[in-house]
Write a protein that binds this ligand. Structure first.
Ligand code: SF4
Length: 727
């Protein structure tokens, strides 16, 4: 049967389900097939938990790193193949145990958790294991708390990066202020030493000290010096200036300095209105401190010229401070949840961002799939945070970074850059911590939102260059050239045959995880499956005219990993199409499938076919060059990839995150293709053990070791057992 049934068509068009033929979707029990491999995140080497590093100890200045990356760095340094293999086995066990501890709510620092995990894994003395634990301690110089991917992560992680940048600013100010204070105190001290007061008998005695005091007649010395001493050598105006600068430097509350007599201001806020009010209240102090630093520097060098500088400093800061001056002061850090946004908050946020204030704003979103908009005909998908991020791009001078929390570790360099940016920055972060996600962990929900293109990652850095090509990046989105990322699915069909299928992860897959939107799906009992049910992404290009002959469906798996199929209703299909169009717009901004370049390429092709010259390019127009780049052969189609033989090792290459793990294990066996994604180039260039270890180390669990080729390889039974989860 190659046509959908009447009941199936009716559901697609109207959302009405005939109970006899179709079943309701149980989002608590089913999940999209592409997520089948991620049941137990503690088995998956991924970016979490992340360690907030003590930046003073980090050699490369990094302030955060994934636990897996820190372990890998130790393994890379291990000497000797035998020792490396043993250390790897122990270290990966410890890493997994720590991941489990953190996922279950155990808090603590990295070195403490290494010991806790080791004690749980090897309660009895084990010399080899103890040596490995010691190696881990010795190889990881830094320490810091570990965080899992949960609702609290965005605030804690961004707060950590923000604090490290502010600490650096504070240290720069502290050393400048200390140097100025010493120099200016010297100026006053020198003046005092030459004055009548400074040459009194008591002062002279104090200057000589008690050891030789009986050799001098200090009264006579003071009398002799009195006629050549003045009340002061400093002009009154200069003394006033120097004293005023010292008073401002010593009394400032903008930076936290050691031994400061006054409590410093706090710069972390939970709402925009308070942050804006604090900025306005502190602006005169900032201007006064900036003025004091400038005057102090001139006075310390004896270069203050009243005729020239008095006029300059008279009105200093009355019109506010420039971006460069503001950048010297601590940035205001505002943590918002989009649910708390209201009209006054929106206004204050817009004012701060558009006025270029030194503010770094975290806008956290926990729920992307709200209730339907009444009467709009659209599902209210997306979020105010995402909309705000898109609108803020139009301001041009604001650093904008959007990402799901699962991707924040991958974006750590951009986060640090944004926090150091001399201007406002907006961080729009989706936490994945939705209560409606059918029990999926926030990491998986957040990653799925990014995969589905509903919450794509991007960064816009105004300081990177003068054009969009240098400022805007879609870098960390999975398979960003495609409409949807493709995942390879391997399963057994009803006849027990192994099937390899590539499935796209679309917006509808993400929505299928949400219990509130189950009405947009109808589960089709296996007996009712037919050739008219096709993957949703293939239906997107077709606008429904009359009764459809093919219906969009999703592959899902139940709790026992049995394959299920669900029809998607027309309303959600239209929403998925809208999501894809929004992604296309972002792709264009990021230089992927640029329509201007495509047009120029078409002109070139037409001109080449007719022998005519293509239309002249306007000066500065880069579309021809872009078209040349776009003409490069596309990545190999997943559809064209032959299905691997049942016992052969293979990699789901389109899902490779290019982490380099497998290539480090055996670069003759594994290599990157032209898209910088790993594949097996020569399975015979190494051992089955290496294939299994690569599979265990692969962060996204996409290496399938197949069956061993050499029946004489040692410990095959153990290796086959270890390979079992990756079949
Ligand atoms: S296939 Fe290799 S490079 Fe790709 S994610 Fe897995 S281990 Fe990393």
């Amino acid at each position: 049967m190659n046509m959908p049934s009447e009941a199936q068509v009716t559901f697609f068009l109207t959302g009405r389900r005939a109970a006899s033929e179709l079943e309701p979707l149980d989002a608590e029990r089913l999940r999209p097939a592409a997520l089948a491999a991620y049941r137990d995140l503690t088995r998956l080497r991924h970016d979490f938990p992340v360690v907030l590093l003590d930046d003073a100890a980090a050699a490369d200045g990094a302030v955060l790193a994934s636990l897996a990356a820190l372990i890998d760095a130790v393994l890379a340094e291990a000497p000797g193949a035998g020792e490396r293999t043993r250390l790897r086995a122990h270290a990966l066990k410890i890493e997994r145990e720590i991941r489990t501890l953190v996922a279950n709510g155990t808090a603590g620092g990295l070195h403490g958790l290494i010991d806790t995990a080791a004690a749980r894994l090897a309660p009895l003395p084990d010399i080899a294991f103890a040596e490995s634990v010691q190696r881990l301690h010795a190889g990881i110089a830094q320490d810091g708390p570990l965080l899992d991917c949960d609702a609290a992560l965005p605030r804690r992680l961004l707060g950590h990066v923000w604090r490290s940048v502010q600490r650096a600013k504070g240290e720069a100010f502290g050393s400048e202020a200390e140097r100025l204070i010493l120099r200016l105190e010297d100026v006053l001290r020198a003046d005092h030493a030459l004055s009548k007061a400074g040459r009194s008998a008591a002062q002279l005695r104090a200057a000589v000290g008690s050891m030789h005091a009986e050799l001098f007649d200090f009264e006579r010395m003071a009398a002799l010096l009195d006629p050549v001493s003045a009340e002061t050598t400093l002009p009154a105006a200069r003394r006033r200036r120097v004293e005023s600068v010292l008073s401002v430097l010593r009394g400032q509350r903008l930076f936290a300095l050691p031994d400061a007599a006054v409590e410093p201001y706090g710069f972390e806020f939970g709402d925009c209105a308070s942050a804006l009010a604090a900025f306005r209240a502190r602006l005169p102090e900032m201007a006064s401190l900036a003025r004091a630093l400038a005057i102090g520097a001139l006075e310390a060098e004896g270069e203050y010229n009243e005729a020239r500088h008095d006029a300059i400093f008279a009105d200093f800061g009355t019109d506010g401070l420039g971006a460069e001056e503001l950048a010297r002061f601590p940035d205001f850090f505002v943590c918002l949840n989009e649910t708390a946004l209201n009209a006054p908050e929106n206004q204050a946020l817009a004012e701060m961002l558009s006025s270029g204030l030194p503010v770094k704003v975290l806008m956290q979103t926990d729920d992307l799939l709200e209730a339907p908009l009444a009467g709009s005909g659209h599902l209210a998908m997306g979020s105010r945070g995402r909309q705000f991020a898109n609108m803020t791009l139009g301001l041009n001078e604001v650093y904008v970074l959007q990402s799901a929390s699962a991707n924040l570790v991958a974006l750590r360099r951009q986060l640090e850059r944004a926090m150091r940016y001399a201007g406002p920055a907006l961080f729009s972060v989706y936490s994945g911590a939705s209560a409606q996600a059918g029990g999926l962990p926030p990491y998986l929900v957040a990653a799925a939102a990014m995969d589905s293109r509903l919450f794509p990652a991007f960064s816009y850095d105004p300081s990177a260059g003068g054009d969009w090509a240098t400022r805007f990046s879609l870098e960390t989105n999975p398979q960003r050239e495609r409409d949807w990322p493709v995942h390879r699915l391997v399963y057994e069909d009803a006849e027990g045959q192994r099937v390899v299928e590539d499935v796209a992860f679309t917006l509808a897959d993400f929505v299928a995880c949400d219990t509130r939107h189950a009405r947009h799906f109808a589960q089709v009992p296996r007996a009712q499956w037919n050739g008219g049910l096709v993957p949703l992404e293939r239906c997107l290009a077709e606008a429904a005219r009359g009764l459809p002959e093919r219906l969009p469906s999703l592959l899902m798996v139940d709790a026992d990993d049995r394959l299920q199929r669900a029809i998607v209703d027309d309303k959600l299909v239209r929403e998925t199409r809208r999501c894809r169009e929004a992604w296309h717009s972002l792709q264009e901004l990021g230089g992927v499938h640029n329509s201007h370049a495509d047009r120029v390429r078409a002109q070139h092709t037409a001109a080449a076919a007719t022998g005519a010259a293509p239309a002249a390019q306007a000066p500065g127009d880069k579309t021809a060059e872009m078209a040349e780049v776009a003409e490069a052969p596309p990545a190999a189609s997943v559809d064209a990839a032959p299905a691997p033989a049942p016992d052969e090792p293979y990699i789901e290459t389109p899902r490779c995150s290019s982490c380099n793990e497998c290539i480090q294990i055996n670069p003759r066996m594994f290599a990157y293709d032209e898209n910088q994604q790993a594949r097996i180039v020569d399975a015979g260039a190494g051992s089955y053990r290496e294939l299994v270890e690569a599979a265990e180390n692969c962060q996204v669990a996409i290496i399938h070791p197949g069956k061993p080729k050499n029946p004489k390889e040692p410990a095959l039974d153990e290796l086959l057992k270890r390979a079992e989860p990756f079949r």
